[in-house]
Every structure is written in structure tokens, then in C-alpha cells.
Design a protein. Sequence first.
Length: 398
Amino acid sequence: MKVDAERFLADLHKLRGFGAAGVGKGVVRPAYSKADIAARDWLAERMQQAGLTPHFDPVGNLFGLTEGRSLLLGSHSDSQPEGGWLDGALGVIAALEVARAAQEAGGPPISVVSFEDEEGRFGVTTGSAVWAGSTPLEVADGLTDRDGTGFAEARAVMADRAGDFIDPARFTGYVEMHIEQGPVLDGSGEKVGVVTDIVGIRDMRITFTGQQNHAGTTPMHLRRDAFQAVAAFNAAINARFCNVVTPATVWTIGHVSLHPNASSIVPGRATFSMQWRDGDSDRLARMERIIRDTAEEIAQAQGMDLSYGPMLGLEPVAMDATLRAALEAGAEAVAPGNWRKMPSGALHDATNVARLMPVAMLFTPSIGGISHAFEEDTDEADLVAGLEVLAEAAARLG
Ligand code: HGY
Ligand code: MN
Ligand code: MN
């Protein structure tokens, strides 16, 4: 089969038009938004034109199916609240191009998927987590986004398109191409990364509730200021994690909501996201203990009530040796001596799909290591090199 680089890049730029925003090539295309659904409808059309049968499942995952058993390629086409044009989109459009080229060449059989809510408006990689059974649909339906909208309500918007969940036995394996989203390949000048494993993650919301009060009349020593509790919590865990983490461990408080969020009111309530990632499940568990103990101590010391949202998590996952070997052979063919094996610090749908079938991933460089930001970008020559590696690997596996 022969992939068409121009057709691939044209489709990638077309997808960027859905939800184009901000500076440069930024997009705002969160799961189930108008832009996300319009992009999925367009993708379904492109799948049909490529000779695939489009199929939406009950959570909005879009498959482009070929007949019989096939390799599955893809990623996600939803974005972060502020995202780049390649995160997820690259893997979906590369999959579409490889499947299209395979249709034109009369094989091998390749299907395509764009998972829904990979970026976790509701959970963590929600669409693939439900398909793979890591999150039961009833549990997902109880999740809410940061504005309080429920997953059940959000996915209902696509109900008129939805068929059943696709039987994973249709697929022999899953390969996901993605931008690296970090500085390694950009720093080394290598063209391709073949992923060895994907880190694990834990994510939960924590709420401190104190006493809302007047910011002028309430003496400092009488305050129960929920923001001060968050600030103390953050300082304390940064210090306590020192004994437990490695240089590869990461943790983030990425969303803080203060109530009522006004300059003349001592905040009575603070809800914040606490997320941590590492390649070792035991370390993730030790960090959880520190988080919970620290939150309890601070709540006690500062007169706060403490509550937790549901704890979401995915375990670290190793890539399948056979699929990985096909990607390594593809990388060596396309970029001889100029690729590397590397772990993934970002999470991907492949983590969930690994419960259903063998999975593997390849990375292309990210300029400046920037992602989850409008500035995210990759040289088009590197995007095309990645596409060629994916096609090579698919041909070998086919
Ligand atoms: O956050 C992640 O690692 C992924 O991009 N959802
Ligand atoms: Mn992604
Ligand atoms: Mn992402």
C-alpha cells in the first residue's frame, strides 16, 4: 500500500478547522461540544469515502470498520479545554490515511477509531475506558464535568447516531500514533519514538469547606479560609513527596474552584483536582496515602471539613512485543538509526484498549515539547515520517 502524504496533511488541517481557536493552530474541541460532534460527523463521512463503514457506539466513540477481522488504528479527536491541533487528531487522521491506502491496495484489512472524551472532560480517557470495561457505563454516567454537567446528559446529545458497542474480537490489535507531547525527541533530533510502556495515573477532586465570611471584618486568627488550606496542602505534599518520587514522577493541581471566588469574601469552599502519574503502581499508592494523610492533617489544623470525589485511575501498561517489533522495524526503515524506544508520560486510549487486545504506540516529536496548549506543533516532515512508520508497521502486521 502507498500512503498519500498530501491527502493526509489536507485532512489533518481540515480537522483543525473544527473548533479552531487561539493563537497559531490551537483548537477548542472538548468532548460532546458542537465542534467535536461536527468533527465526528465529518470524520464519519471521510471513513465512508475511504470504503469503511462508520459506526458510533453509545458513548460517541466513532469506528470506521472494514470487513472481517482487522488491525485497529486510531486515537481521539476531542481536545482539552485549550488544546493543540495534533493531540489525538494526528493518530486518527494517520489511521484514516493508512486504512484508505490499504483499501486502495486491496489490503491488509485495517479499521479506524476516534475515541470520545480521551481528554477527560468527565473522567480519564472516558470513551475507551467504557468500551474496554475499565469504567462501567453506569459509573461513567454518574461522572460530572467541572461545571456540573453529567456524562449521561452529554452523551445523550449523540444518541440519534448511536449503535451498539463494537465487539473487540473483530480486531487483532491496536496501534496508536501520537505526538510525544514532551521534550525528548525534539531535544535529541530523533524522528520517531517507539513506546515501551505508558505510565499509570490517579486523579481525584478534593474539597475543603471552611466558613465564608467578610474579608474586612474577620480577624486572621478566626478565619477558616478554604484557599489557605489548599495553599498549605500544596506546600506540604511538595515537601513530603520528596522521599517517595523519582525524577519521572509528576503531580499537578490543574483546576481550583473557589467559592464564591470574590475579592472581598473569605472563601468558604475550595474544590481542586489532584492528579499524579508514575510508572509504578506501588508508588502511586504511596503517594495516595501521603495525599490523604496530608489533607486530613490540614483539615484538622485549619478547621475544615474534607471530602473527596471519586478516585479515577489507570494502571501502567507495557506495549505488546509483536506490535512493538513491527513499529521498530518501520522506524528503522523510515529513519535508520534516528529513532528511540521510550516510555509515555502522557496517558492514551491504548492503556484501556490493552485490556481487550495487544496494543502499541509510536510518537513523533513535539516542537519545544509543548502540548495541551495552543502552541503545540510538529514539523510536517516529521508528521509524514510518522505516517510512513505506521503504514510500514501495518503492512508488516497485515
Ligand atoms: O492527560 C493526558 O495524558 C492525555 O493527554 N489525556
Ligand atoms: Mn492525546
Ligand atoms: Mn491530551
